[in-house]
Design a protein. Structure first.
Length: 621
């Protein structure tokens, strides 16, 4: 710990007296002494602070000039009544009026000593540095009739103006008291800094077990979580040598010796395996110890699993990034570049595009490049549910708000998206009534649950999507004009697949790779490519993916590829009718889908039959 003290001495005599009393500290540069200089008094304190002192000691005038100009504490070296009386005794020899110039901080009861002093004394007390000069200058015209008695600055002024003066020397006791007080203050401030630094680190990870060890290897801090994991009470470890109490935590001392932080270390203790982060901590740039925070890995894994389960269950994770977007066509490349720039802002976004063009993939990618990428991404299709249900999903509700409301109420999607992004797909389908409520959320950035009068502030980014032109809807009176302008701050248009021909074959191969484990499937013939490129794709990328899925199924049973494409691009809504396929084909299709891990419900949906019909066919095999 650095205990360096700076002293502004009034004169050489005080400096010599300090050197006599604190010889070792002065020689070791633990005490730095500067002689008071009237020309630079306002800078002397800052100069000492720049030399690394942790406290400054000064007499009355120097104290008044220094306090408030530095960030380190300033201690007043007081003079005592005996010090003042001794100076007055010397001043009486001049046979002049005595002007006693002292600080209001120096205690002297003149009335109690007046009769004993037997001299004409004029008491001039100063309360600030600006008053010192005036207290002396006012006697300049009477300099032949007075003698100035005071500290360093009053006497220096008197000498400069050829006035008689007597310096009040501080006693050894006063010097000892001031310097020892400075030492104690430095120690107390250091202790506060030490505790604050440790507590700051603890607050960054209060769920961790935490042990703080000082530079001597003694345990200074040991929280409740550490007690639970290490099975020892606090009173049995505080101020004890770490290695005496916990020899298995020797890696903490290794960090102290190496002065190198170590993070995410896996360590085995007696009954548990932990992950530990061990860091050197400093006070005033000096290494003063090590802080180690650690967790039981088994509980950490359990917590991570639970969090992931909850997030995925609620669908509040954005899975897609821009690298997932298939963009070979220049038109789509421009869209992606514009979307990336949009992602860097935090404004509301409106995405336009036909169904199946990948609006949500772009929305998720925008979220994952934004400053909110570590927060929730909450998506809802506004056309998929009724108006009343949509309102309760978006805003949530209180217990008892309506028949069927669950106990305890339910947070709305706006609440769940707080800090992150909410994606409102097919916002063009929202009713006029609900449009008004959405407008309030956008304007006020606050929400209110159904059945509640409590307003919940929001910090969210809104990304909306539509498969209709909102301007047209506004002109037709089907969409609120004010809501349109609130939503349409940044707009992004995703072209349909038929307008980006160069993406069709790459997308086809992309879906082949996703849906099939066989590499040779991505080799498609020229006639198949031609068929794909000439088709108009009213269902866009979603339709293309469905055809690839059928392509994969029938390729597995060696049907003609051209025929597959022909049949599916002629009627995109056609389902597979097993009655038109022989028994051998039926068995192959069902077996293949089962081997890919699809459930019976999924297989039945794929084949366009009921689950019962599928069961009968499996049973008859």
């Amino acid at each position: 710990m650095d205990k360096k003290i700076g002293i502004i001495a009034s004169d050489e005599e005080l400096k010599n007296r300090i050197i006599e009393l604190f010889k070792n500290e002065v020689e070791n540069r633990e005490i730095i002494i500067d002689i008071l200089n009237l020309d630079s008094i306002d800078e002397q304190g800052r100069a000492l602070e720049n030399r690394g002192v942790k406290a400054i000691v000064a007499r009355s005038g120097g104290y008044r000039h220094t306090v408030g100009t530095v960030s380190v504490p300033v201690i007043h070296l007081k003079v005592t009544t005996p010090d003042i009386l001794q100076a007055i005794t010397i001043a009486k020899k001049y046979n002049k009026d005595i002007v006693l110039v002292i600080s209001d901080l120096d205690y002297f009861d003149y009335g109690a000593w007046k009769d004993l002093i037997n001299a004409n004394i004029i008491l001039e007390r100063f309360h600030s540095k600006n008053e010192i000069y005036g207290r002396v200058y006012k006697y300049l015209e009477k300099k032949d009739d007075v003698v100035i008695v005071g500290g360093g600055i009053p006497c220096s002024l008197a000498r400069n103006w050829d006035m008689d003066n007597v310096f009040i020397n501080a006693s050894k006791e006063s010097i000892y008291e001031a310097i020892n007080y400075a030492k104690n203050m430095i120690e107390n401030l250091y202790e506060q800094k030490y505790n604050n630094e440790v507590l700051k680190i603890i607050l960054d990870g209060v769920h961790d077990a935490v042990i703080a060890v000082n530079y001597e290897g003694k345990i200074r801090l040991y929280n409740e979580r550490a007690k639970e994991l290490l099975k020892k009470d606090r009173q049995d470890v505080i101020n004890k040598e770490l290695l005496d109490v916990f020899p298995e935590l020797d890696f903490i001392m290794d960090v102290l010796e190496s002065k190198m932080d170590k993070n995410n270390e896996i360590r085995s203790l007696k009954n548990i395996t932990i992950t530990a982060n061990t860091s050197i901590f400093r006070v005033d740039e000096n290494i003063e110890g090590v802080l180690c925070s650690f967790q039981d890995i088994s509980k950490l894994q359990s917590l991570e699993k639970k969090i992931r389960h909850e997030l995925n269950k609620k669908g509040h994770v954005a899975k897609y990034i821009f690298e997932d977007v298939v963009a070979f066509d220049p038109i789509m490349k421009d869209v992606v570049e514009k979307a990336k720039r949009i992602g860097e802002s935090d404004n509301t976004v409106m995405i336009y595009g036909e169904s199946g063009t990948g609006k949500e993939i772009i929305a998720q990618s925008i979220h994952n490049i934004s400053k909110r990428k570590k927060e929730a991404f909450v998506a809802i299709n506004c056309a998929a549910i009724s108006e009343n249900l949509l309102e309760s999903e978006l805003f949530g509700y209180e217990e008892g708000a309506f028949t069927g409301a669950i106990k305890g109420g339910k947070p709305g999607l706006f609440e769940l998206a707080h800090g992150g992004t909410i994606f409102l797909d097919e916002i063009n389908s929202v009713s006029p009534n609900l449009q008004g409520k959405l407008l309030r959320v956008l304007e006020e950035r606050e929400t209110m649950r159904i059945g509640s009068d409590y307003v919940i502030p929001l910090d969210i980014r809104i990304v909306a999507a539509t498969n209709e032109e909102l301007k047209t809807m506004v002109e037709e009176g089907r969409f609120r004009r004010d809501l349109f302008y609130r939503l349409n701050i940044l707009e992004l248009h995703i072209p349909p697949l038929r307008e980006r021909k160069k993406d069709i074959i790459p997308l086809f191969k992309h879906y082949l790779k996703e849906l099939s484990n066989e590499k040779e499937l991505d080799k498609i013939s020229k006639d198949v490519e031609e068929k794909l490129l000439n088709y108009q794709w009213p269902g866009n990328a979603r339709e293309l993916r469905n055809i690839v899925q059928r392509y994969v199924i029938f390729k597995e049973i060696d049907l003609d590829k051209r025929e597959i494409i022909d049949n599916n691009t002629e009627d995109v809504h056609k389902i597979i009718d097993l009655k038109e396929i022989n028994r051998y084909v039926e068995e192959k299709v069902i077996d293949m889908l089962s081997s890919q891990g699809m459930t019976k419900t999924e297989i039945a949906k794929m084949l366009g039959i009921s689950r019962t019909a599928l069961w009968k066919k499996i049973k008859s095999q």
